[in-house]
Structure formats: C-alpha cells, structure tokens
Design a protein around this ligand. Sequence first.
Ligand SMILES: Cc1ncc(COP(=O)(O)O)c(C=O)c1O
Length: 407
Amino acid sequence: MKKVYPFDKNLFFKINKLHKSYRFIIENYNKPFYLYSTEVIKFQYRNLRISFPGKVKFYYAQKSNPSKHILKTLSKMNAGCDTASLGEIKNALIADFKASEIMFSGPGKNKKELIFAIKNNVSLINVESFQELEEINGICIKENKIQKILLRINPHFDSNEKNKIIGGKGVSKFGVDIKEIPRIIKFINETKNIKLSGFHIFNSSQILNNKNIINNSKNVIELIKNICEKYFLNISIIDLGGGFGIPYSSEEKELDLKIISTGIKKIINDKKYKNFLKNIKLIFEPGRYISGMSGIYVTKVLYTKKSYNKNILITEGGINHLLRPALINQKHPIINLTALIEKRTKTESYKIAGPLCTALDEFDENCTLQESKPGDFLAILNAGAYGYTESMLQFLSHPLPEQKYLN
Ligand SMILES: Cc1ncc(COP(=O)(O)O)c(C=O)c1O
C-alpha cells in the first residue's frame, strides 16, 4: 500500500508553520471551502524573481486563480499579469496592475474585449490568428491607436506535456502555424497601427522536468531568431511561455529554479544567441507555479461504505468544486485532517468520491489515508490553481464552496 502523504512537507503547511496546529482549519466548517495563503504566493513569486536575471520578466497567468487577494499581492510585487478575457483584464486593473504590465492572450478574443484592451492601453496583445490581427487593426484605425502585439506561434515542438492541457505540438487552436508568418508580416508592414514587439510560444503546461523547460526555451529562441533573420525583424520581446509545474504527489520532484535559470543564462550568453538577445526581454507566464500550492480544498466525509471490498468515502463536495481530477485525471495529495488531529495510525486505501450523480465525480480511486470515519474533514492539497473557477460550480445546484484566506 502507498504511504500517507507527508503533508508537513507541503509548502502550504510549511510556509504557514501549520504542521503542528491545523485544528483551526476545520473549526468553523459550514460547507466545503477553499483556503488560500498569500504567503505561498509571495514565496513562489519571490523564488522566481530572485532565481532569474532581470532580463526575464514574469506575467502571472490569472486563469490559474483570479482571486483579488492573489492579484493584489502580485501587483504589489511588480509582477506582470497575463489575462485571457475582458473579465480578467478588469480584475487586473482593479488589483492595481498598470495597463503597461498587462498582456492579453487567447484564441477567441471578441471585438468588445479587443476594444476594451486597446482603449485601456493594455501593453501587449498576443495575436493568435490572421483574422484577429485584422480585427485589431480595424479597431486601432478607428481609435487612432498603435497597438503593440506579440505573435503567438504554434511550433513543431513542445516540452513533452503529459496531460492534454495545452495539447502540445500539432494541430492547435492556439497561435498561427509557421507557414502563415509571411502574410502576417506583410500585413503588419503595410499598416501603421500595429507594432510587432515580438513573439509568443506557450506550448505545454505542468512540466516538472528542468531540462525540458530549458530545451523548450532554447527551441523557442532558435525559432524566433531564424524568423527575425529571415524577415529582417527587430523585436524587443520573446515570451517563452513556461509551463512550470508543481509536484502533485510525494513521488514527484519540485522544479529546481537554479538549474532552469542557469540553463537560461547559458542560452543568453551563448555566442550563437548573445547578440540577437542583447536588447530582447524574455517573458515567462506561470500560473500554476505561483498559485497551485497556495490553496487547499476542505470537505467533509459524509459516509463510508464498502463496494466489492473496496473502501469508499463519500464527501460533501465533489468535482463540482474541484474538477481537475475528472477533467484530466489530475490526482491531488489528500489528507484526513481529523485523523491527523486525533493521531490515528491505522491506514487504509480509499476511493474518494463526491456527492454527484456521475461516476466521474471522484478525487482518487486509491488514496492511502488513516482510517477514516463519517464527519472527518479531508483536505485536498495543491488546489490553488485551476480549482474554484475551473469547476462545474452549478452542477446539481449544490451550494458554492466558500473561499477563505489565511491571515
Ligand atoms: C497562454 C497561457 N499562458 C499561461 C498559462 C498558464 O499555464 P500554467 O498554469 O501551466 O503555468 C496558460 C495555461 O493554460 C496559457 O494558456
């Protein structure tokens, strides 16, 4: 049998020094809830910032968690913000990100969203199709504006993504294929209202292999350098995407930012790229790396039962509150807070399933926990990214989970 997850080594508990006193988490339980820690957000962003040279800038991918406390924390730390909808741009502005620190991505930006972004001087729009470029140009002409853009490219390589999150290489709704570049550049050269500041490639998510991130970054830089040389382009930005992952089990290892940063510095100083990169700013746009470990989801065990000898825990909240386990089979570490408080030692393997009328509603089919009882509280860890806002909150009309904050 697997071991119980060593929760005291998890960043959420470590940073907040919660490994000894966590009883308060469950004391006022009213319904399932998320609990976030902005200290973890600060820790993760600071780690990124101090590990990489100043030439590298980080834009927080708001889609991973748009909580206003998280956004405010990051705007105060001078991060940039990667947005993907009108709502996200507004969230970023409300959280005091300057328009000059906001970037707007996404394959399906509608006219209203583009008008808002352009009128509000969002610094970069990441263009994902020829028609979008035409739309932006039309708006800019009407508004008498010049808009800086990054052209998002759908390359022939990726960082070896495991789960289908972005989808890796090949047919993709994201970005434009390389063969489209000539007509796009011709169009940009013929208009006064669009400035091509650089290129953007985001081709993978949840990467835990340091080398894959370095190699992907090198592939991106190599590709962009070739494009710039071929079309005589002078650019100032390359958005390398990133896909920085976090460990979701005790067997997975955390990324080593020092190794990644050393790899990136090596590329920057490589004589093949040095001159080309001299005046180019590099961007990463991490979401999960910053917010993933900042949140836990807490729910109550309603019933325990056995089916064909398998132990099952039925919880009050399910994938209506945290969808990723069903969506892409993303297992999270799960702990039984009550059993830990009561220092129970006997362990069992459990299938942990929610209250919904679908077999999809399952957090784990084989989770080792201390012996668990009705009324126990489970915490699903590393639930800070792609949790609350990505879930099926209305399904079966259960109450929404609360969102609470430490401190
Ligand atoms: C364009 C873009 N940037 C950034 C991200 C954030 O990815 P992650 O949370 O893996 O860092 C995503 C995720 O879907 C994305 O689509």
